[in-house]
Design a protein around this ligand. Sequence first.
Ligand code: GDP
Ligand code: MG
Length: 251
Amino acid sequence: MNDKTTDLQLTGQSSSVVMISLNEERAIARVVNDIRRVVPDAEIVVVDSSSDRTAEIATELGCVVVKQFPPKGYGMAMDKALTTASRDIVITLDCDDTYPVESIHELIRKMNEGYDLVSGSRLGHRPDAMPFPNYLANMLFGILAGAICGVRSTDVHTGMRAYRKSLIKSFPYKPEGPALPVELQVGPAALGFKCYEFFIDYKPRIGESKLEKWSSTVWTIKRLWRWRFFFNPEKATVKKQLAAQLTGAVK
Ligand SMILES: Nc1nc2c(ncn2[C@@H]2O[C@H](COP(=O)(O)OP(=O)(O)O)[C@@H](O)[C@H]2O)c(=O)[nH]1
Ligand SMILES: [Mg+2]
């Protein structure tokens, strides 16, 4: 790939940046403007379930805004965002200014090296912006991903990732519940998609957190269990179906 092609891709030409939002009117303009500064040519998709002005602001800033109201929860909103994205590389972010937008370039660079999924882990060290109980829980979920699924990841709940659109289309995730990032990390890794993880910074949030800790913990365990590495008929079936799709046996 020549330098010009690489430069063009780093402007976000082949990327959609997708976010979901629940009452993020204080953060949305800053986040969208930061994304535009880093990847001016990227499509920006916002699935909004707010009762405040988040959707109006995102529309004024030229985002593709999909309204999902009343709110259906994290997973259903993220599913809508992932499937609305129209470009080859689909990048997720929170709409709260916590993720380092400049790291989008590293996500794109790694995707251009041929990875199907690139993940920004917040847990290189304990981020000041993450409450200690959340940090411990996230560390534990990473350990459980190894123990239950045989997948190495330090942060299965990060909201900053890049996915190949074809992965989103072919991978049979279940969107219900607040643990979709968990399934979207361990499932593809367990099925043999090419995954890469690097450490990112994590900043203090603008606005109130919408995290439901207990529900999130229960759904995390459920989703890890779905991709458990010891004998698991569901995983074996999905593997066969994917292999058949790839070889053209199933359309
Ligand atoms: N559309 C939509 N967005 C949601 C919903 N729940 C959370 N969000 C958004 O999902 C993102 C992650 O939530 P956040 O409160 O930042 O959780 P945390 O990062 O785990 O603390 C934020 O951009 C929220 O506004 C929902 O039900 N619908
Ligand atoms: Mg957040």
